[in-house]
Design a protein around this ligand. Structure first.
Ligand code: ADP
Length: 547
């Protein structure tokens, strides 16, 4: 027997409709590429999203066809989130930090029909347009009078001119909630990138879950700054969850440096911010020497790579900002776990609380997880046993977009579970902790050393700005860890001092064999340390006992 409730399809357009109707005056503030600060309301955002949908009709972009964005976080990008997906097209967000060749490759793979780009990415568009035969229309996200005359891109249009040409009403089409809504390519550290293809259903369910109190805890009273980019995994779903809650949105545009972020937080009285550790490192490095404080910021979600304890302490103890450690991935829309405490933790000592906070957290309703050994046998939740982490749920990929054949790279599931490529422990309370990416874990003498643990100890040293631990081949031990370190400006530190710092913090056999000082550690397109590139830099390196 079927239930007798209305079966309204979950759709992305319903989110912006809701925001328009119930939070019409809610603000969306954007630092623009043009340099100024732009302000408008959800009402205006909804109206312009519908105009964009009409403009795509005029351009004859068919239902299900892909429209790409190469853009910073800003109101026009927000309109694309709703106008493109809401009208049944698929928004392909492109990471501008990828190599131009790779951008051309993903545009071809996705068969993008229209590509809209911020003016800061004009050089990318100029470099690749001739290599992108699928693209019928290039659009610069700018006013008509800002469009340069001689770009060499045939038929380049201005976004504002396209919108201005549309008038009259528009009604969002209705369609099956399983229809594709947007797509995002993984960073593709090995081979060509693979795309996760999200649906309206997966996106709306994820937006609901993300807003919950023990997840991101978003409300109409928040002023949210997503520093995490809209060009990668939908800015952790914040644009959708913000529309669902009516929260004020503050977009940083291209201003990702510590000063610009700090100024925006204060100017817009941001209560809530989200980003990867490297961004927060830049913010803290700006605040510390200038003796700055936050007047409004209450919480920050940190994820994308492991949040070092020193960062949690700085935010919590020094600035009174609660850190929510989060874990997820492109293939998971992206949220999987978030670290919020349970009642039993509240009476613990600060040191014990910190041990919990360092974990990536517990599952959000909708996601299930398990750890398994090499034979796919499930491992216990004891907080010590580590294994490969597998997940499933309605916003986890089933297959990659347009893969060919039945290979693991196309259909990754194992008995219905998605293998994340992460190695983790899960404790009796269900808190998961990543020990490593399976490819980064260091296998030494039959034991595993977590590169994350080694890095966390290094960055706790006051002279260390950034640290990356990698395994080097060793004839006796298989691999031995070394740590590459970037010193804070003006700080002195020797190899011996740092190695001595590990005493009592890691078992003797886990202490790195060597320290290599570098000016910078290579960062990937999403701000994560790129260990493959680091290995290239250190290709001639020889471990001390093998010299
Ligand atoms: P990519 O496109 O490089 O796959 P994702 O953003 O999808 O980038 O990255 C997902 C991976 O990032 C996870 O599988 C995990 O290894 C790592 N990651 C994400 N959040 C955390 C975290 N809080 N702690 C440790 N690792 C994390």
């Amino acid at each position: 027997m079927l239930g007798l409730m209305q079966s309204q399809q979950l759709s992305i357009s319903s989110l912006i409709d809701f925001a328009e109707r119930h939070h019409g005056e809610g603000q969306i503030v954007s630092r623009r590429v043009e340099g100024d600060i732009h302000r408008y309301t959800y009402k205006e955002c909804a109206a312009r999203s519908r105009q964009l949908a009409k403009a795509l009709d005029t351009l004859k972009v068919a239902f299900g066809e892909r429209v790409a964005s190469i853009a910073w976080n800003g109101y026009r990008h927000m309109e694309m989130y709703f106008g493109v997906s809401g009208s049944g097209r698929v928004l392909h967000t492109i990471n501008p930090r990828m190599h131009p060749e790779q951008i051309a490759w993903v545009i071809g793979h996705a068969q993008d029909q229209v590509v809209c780009f911020d003016m800061s990415f004009l050089p990318i568009a100029k470099a690749i347009h001739a290599k992108c035969p699928s693209v019928r229309q290039w659009v610069a996200l700018c006013d008509a009078d800002k469009l340069p005359a001689d770009t060499g891109i045939p038929g380049l249009a201005s976004y504002e001119a396209l919108l201005a040409a549309e008038s009259g009403g528009y009604a969002w089409p209705e369609f099956d909630e399983n229809t594709a809504s947007s797509m995002c390519y993984t960073s593709g550290t090995t081979g060509n990138p693979k795309a996760a293809l999200y649906s309206h259903r997966s996106t709306v369910l994820h937006a609901y879950a993300a807003a919950l109190p023990d997840v991101m805890s978003l409300s109409a009273r928040d002023s949210i700054l997503p520093v995490v980019p809209m060009f990668h995994v939908n800015a952790w779903g914040i644009p959708y969850s913000a529309a669902l809650t009516g929260a004020k949105l503050v977009f940083p545009g291209p201003g990702m440096d510590g000063k610009s972020i700090y100024d925006l937080i204060e100017l817009e009285q941001v209560t809530y911010a989200a980003g990867v550790p490297t961004i927060w490192q830049m913010l803290l490095s700006h605040m510390e020497p200038n003796g700055l404080r936050f007047s409004s910021l209450k919480r920050t979600v940190i994820g994308g790579s492991a949040c070092p304890p020193a960062m949690i302490t700085a935010f919590n103890d020094k600035y009174g900002v609660e850190v929510l450690h989060a874990w997820g991935m492109t293939e998971m829309s992206p949220l999987g776990t978030l670290c919020t405490l349970k009642n039993k933790h509240l009476t613990m000592s600060e040191a014990d609380k910190m041990k919990v906070r360092l974990k990536q957290g517990r599952c959000i309703y909708g996601v299930d997880m398990k750890i398994v050994d090499g034979n796919n046998n499930e491992l216990p939740w004891d907080g010590k046993t580590y294994g490969d982490l597998l997940v499933k749920g309605p916003w986890v990929v089933r297959e990659y977009f347009k893969g060919v054949g039945d290979t693991e790279a196309v259909k990754p599931l194992i008995d219905g579970w998605f293998p994340t490529g992460d190695v983790a422990t899960i404790d009796a309370d269900g808190y998961m902790q990543i020990t490593d990416r399976s490819k980064d874990v260091i296998k030494s003498g039959g034991e595993w050393i977590s590169s994350i643990d080694i890095e966390n100890i290094a960055v706790a040293h006051p002279a260390v700005a950034m640290a990356a631990c990698i395994g080097m081949r060793h004839p006796k031990w298989d691999e031995r860890p070394i740590v590459a370190v970037v010193k804070k400006p003006g700080q002195e530190l020797t190899r011996e001092e740092l190695l001595a710092f590990y005493a009592g913090k890691a078992a003797k056999w886990q202490v790195p064999d060597d320290v290599v000082f570098l000016d910078a550690i290579p960062l990937g397109a999403t701000g994560k340390m790129q260990k493959t590139k680091l290995r290239d830099i250190l290709k001639d390196y020889v471990l001390p006992d093998l010299r």
